[in-house]
Design a binder for this molecule. Structure first.
Ligand SMILES: [Zn+2]
Length: 270
């Protein structure tokens, strides 16, 4: 499942390739993606490519003679991929769910398991996540302390909630707790100020490094060029049970926490 760094990677790679291109047509091939009103996309220009939480955000200009801009949110879920192919669109045909024909190429939405979604929105505000994005300026140690205040939940599942911080999934939640030297089982409301600061710094650092390496590839994630991410080489605890902790050499442990695997070092995460 792509997390924030993978989605950011896709958005950063798509942006210079599709920005400013005019849409020739939208073709939705999968009936699951046809629910709701059909957007009239032809003639609009791509004016923005970014990320909203765990979704890719694409903004389109108003059509000629109208004042109705449009935004598309693409949720990749498990196996969704956005691929841009320059020129007369070849690209993969298999599992192709939708495509947007542009002036100089084609943007393909490919999804083996068909869990991904396309949402069409009339306003930029409607596309914003309600929770705090950990890479946004709004994410400060003070804000994190406010969000954590009083919570009786354990750290790792708390990081996975999408109504406090948005974009973290199972891989990065384990990595962030390790980078912050905090036990994934710590009650979030019990974190002291220096620990909140460590957690804040670790969250930013882990996400930024993952983005530098184009995300993590385990099974399905590929970026907008169809290339695997490389951050899996830098993971310090995730999927490394019984191997030595890179910080203190104690063996990394795997425990099930709310039906999900948690990887951590019992020696140096307190
Ligand atoms: Zn350790």
């Amino acid at each position: 499942m792509p997390e924030l760094p993978e989605v950011e990677t896709v958005a950063r790679q798509l942006a210079p390739r599709i920005a400013e291109q005019r849409v020739r047509r939208l073709v939705v091939l999968d009936s699951l993606l046809r629910r709701g009103p059909r957007p009239r996309l032809a003639g609009r220009r791509v004016v923005e490519v970014g990320r909203s939480g765990k979704q890719v955000l694409i903004g389109f200009s108003p059509r000629a003679g109208s004042r109705d801009p449009m935004w598309l949110l693409v949720h990749l879920r498990m196996t969704g991929r956005l691929l841009y192919v320059e020129g007369e669109g070849r690209g993969p045909r298999e599992h192709l769910r939708a495509r947007i024909d542009l002036e100089r190429g084609v943007l393909l939405f490919v999804d083996t398991r068909r869990l991904g979604t396309l949402s069409w929105l009339r306003s930029r505000e409607a596309a914003e996540p309600r929770a705090v994005d950990p890479l946004s300026p709004a994410f400060t140690p003070q804000r994190l302390a406010e969000l954590a205040n009083g919570s009786r939940q354990a750290l790792k599942p708390w990081l996975l909630r999408q109504d406090r911080l948005v974009g973290l999934g199972n891989i990065y939640a384990s990595e962030i707790a390790h980078a912050a030297e905090l036990s994934p089982f710590r009650r979030v409301g019990s974190l002291m100020e220096p620990e909140i600061r460590r957690l804040h710094r670790a969250t930013r650092r882990v996400l930024r490094r993952a983005i530098e390496h184009c995300g993590t590839t385990f099974s399905d994630f590929q970026d907008a060029r169809g290339i695997d991410g490389t951050y899996q080489r830098f993971l310090r605890v995730y999927e490394r049970a019984e191997r030595p902790c890179p910080r203190c050499s104690a063996p990394v442990e795997r425990r099930i926490q709310q039906q999900r695997s948690t990887f951590y070092c019992p020696a140096c995460q307190r």
